[in-house]
Design a protein around this ligand. Structure first.
Ligand code: FES
Length: 142
């Protein structure tokens, strides 16, 4: 193999590795935020989901957490699910600590409160709050 061919092949392999690494930074495409940091609205059926304080749902670039009883918008925290550290989708909400967690394999351990404030880094910027609306028994996050 000539030096030029070797360099060309290495460039192609590097490009493929970078593309694979970027794709691995989110659990699935439904969790990816849309352009401008927004995501597609997503809904929850309050007859079957988010019925108890501490339950959460992630999708459409958002995380919604039930923080109080009742089916009013103030009963829920709605935030972007994209970690401000390196853009991974946050993994879960820990109802014992009341913190949103950005964990392995993609995340690096940042923790956020239900207002989106950073509780533990490496993230330094808060999660953006989103809007929760309720119509009947359907909660919509946009
Ligand atoms: S991407 Fe969330 S802590 Fe690094």
């Amino acid at each position: 193999m000539e030096r030029r061919d070797f360099v060309s092949n290495m460039g192609l392999m590097l490009a493929l590795a970078c593309a694979g690494g970027l794709a691995a930074c989110s659990r699935n495409s439904a969790d990816m935020p849309g352009p401008g940091g927004g995501g597609a609205a997503f809904t929850a059926d309050l007859n079957t989901e988010l019925q108890n304080v501490g339950q959460f749902k992630i999708g459409g670039g958002a995380i919604v957490i039930r923080v109080a009883a009742g089916n009013t918008p103030s009963s829920f925290a709605a935030l972007t699910s994209t970690c401000t550290h390196e853009g991974c989708t946050v993994a879960s909400f820990n109802s014992t600590t009341n913190l949103i967690e950005c964990n392995a394999p993609c995340g690096h351990g940042s923790r956020y409160t239900t207002t989106g404030a950073v509780q533990t880094g490496p993230a330094t910027r808060a999660l953006t709050q989103k809007t929760a609306t309720i119509s009947g028994n359907t909660l919509t996050v946009s």
